[in-house]
Design a protein around this ligand. Structure first.
Ligand SMILES: CC(C)(COP(=O)(O)OP(=O)(O)OC[C@H]1O[C@@H](n2cnc3c(N)ncnc32)[C@H](O)[C@@H]1OP(=O)(O)O)[C@@H](O)C(=O)NCCC(=O)NCCS
Length: 178
């Protein structure tokens, strides 16, 4: 897809982010998360989540911890987003976290994720951190393949992540930045 455009989030993007996150999770996690828990993931629940995180990101930035929060648009539609931030203190050698990268199922395999990843990595490269990390649900084979292709290396099991109130096992990947 040639017409992917990235831009930084604005305050009024949060309903869009919530919707993208809910649609993406419902699709990608259908076989990985208990259906009752997954049913709790809605555009409204995810807008609430991101409203709080957006406030935290900006507060962190005011204290010297940079972040990048990107919205991808294609054909006049919002089709994906990504968020990464520098950590206040290193996490097992990592100085930054790629916290979320989601693309609408209709736009998988179209280069949107690659554009978002390139935008995130460009930002990471300006933060003077040696390594970044991310967590991905165990069994999320498509995401794992995408991360491997974009240079991330599997480091192993990393506990659980809450999805709709259910703890789901996650794997940690790292990306060297120097
Ligand atoms: C993860 C995500 C951003 C990747 O974007 P994408 O457009 O699907 O990525 P691409 O199509 O460029 O790459 C996906 C890779 O997975 C491969 N793949 C597709 N389905 C697969 C499957 N079931 N098992 C294993 N690999 C699979 C593709 O062949 C491709 O690999 P290749 O380029 O080496 O051939 C996107 O799939 C997404 O938003 N998923 C839902 C949200 C998510 O899981 N985000 C990560 C949370 S940490």
């Amino acid at each position: 897809m040639s017409d992917v455009q990235l831009r930084e989030w604005q305050d009024d993007d949060l309903p869009t982010i919530g919707r993208l996150h809910a649609v993406s999770r419902q699709h990608a996690y259908a076989d990985l998360v208990d259906p009752v828990a997954l049913a709790r993931v809605s555009p409204a629940s995810q807008e609430t989540v991101w409203r709080a995180r957006w406030a935290e990101l900006r507060e962190g930035a005011a204290q010297g911890r940079p972040y990048v929060a990107l919205l991808a648009e294609a054909g006049g539609l919002s089709v994906g987003f990504a968020v990464a931030f520098a950590l206040g203190r290193p996490d097992d050698g990592s100085g930054a976290e790629l916290n979320a990268l989601h693309v609408l199922p209709s736009h998988h395999g179209a280069g949107v994720a690659q554009a978002l990843m390139s935008g995130v990595v460009a930002a990471l490269g300006t933060w003077d951190v040696p390594t970044a990390h991310l967590l991905v649900l165990e069994g999320n084979a498509r995401a794992a393949a995408f991360y491997r292709r974009t240079g991330w290396v599997l480091r192993g099991a990393a506990g659980t992540h809450d999805v709709g109130g259910a703890p789901v096992p996650v794997l940690r990947y790292e990306l060297g930045l120097r």
